[in-house]
Design a protein around this ligand. Structure first.
Ligand code: AR6
Length: 173
């Protein structure tokens, strides 16, 4: 049974095989959910991100791409880092935001993750409106094959976003 749901909460305490981080291209931390995940994971997460930069993405992670690291002290096995388009820099291509979800799920499937939890990528510092962020996220996840993944959960940090994601999920049915 494949389920997709949306809860109001804090991603840093969500128990899942993979937690997705709304990172920036440097992968070296930041504010928002990225800062919270790094703080909760401990320094090994930053070290793992530095390793990714040294070995794989020398110039940083491109917008819409995703890459996994171990999750440090978080209640997860992996953190999957992805970079949303920054509307404040004129990056308003919806397909790039959808790609964050699609590529993160591709990575999760390759890892063998059975549960994945996402924040509302792009809906904070990067300026996406709640309704658009929710619609794009839900359609991208629902249309992904999600092989082996039993549960995808959106963990939303405020009521407005939670309502937007619930409405987008209801619109699927
Ligand atoms: N759990 C769940 N959601 C959270 C949490 C949390 N603990 N903390 C914040 N959010 P943002 P972006 C929500 O800004 O828009 C960072 O500095 C937040 O309320 O974290 O993709 C990165 O380093 C919002 O709804 O990510 C980048 O530079 C959502 O997470 C930049 O921000 C996403 O907001 C990325 O911006």
């Amino acid at each position: 049974m494949h389920t997709i749901d949306a809860v109001l909460g804090d991603l840093t305490v969500e128990v899942a095989d993979a937690l997705v981080n709304a990172a920036n291209a440097t992968l070296l931390g930041g504010g928002g959910v990225d800062g919270a995940l790094h703080a909760a994971a401990g320094p090994s997460l930053l070290e793992a991100c530095r390793r990714v930069r040294r070995t794989q993405w020398h110039d940083g992670l491109p917008v819409g791409e995703a890459v996994a690291t171990p999750a440090g002290l978080l209640p997860a096995r992996w953190v999957i880092h992805t970079v949303g388009p920054n509307r404040h820099r004129g990056e308003d291509d919806e397909s790039l935001l959808a790609s964050c979800y699609t590529r993160s799920l591709d990575v999760a499937v390759d890892l063998g993750a059975r549960s994945v939890a996402f924040p509302a990528i792009g809906a904070g510092a990067y300026g996406w409106e709640p309704q658009a962020a929710a619609r794009i996220a839900v359609l991208a996840v629902a249309s992904h094959p999600r092989t082996g993944i039993e549960r995808v959960r959106f963990v939303l940090f405020n009521r407005t976003l939670h309502e937007a994601f619930v409405a987008a999920l209801e619109a699927l049915i």
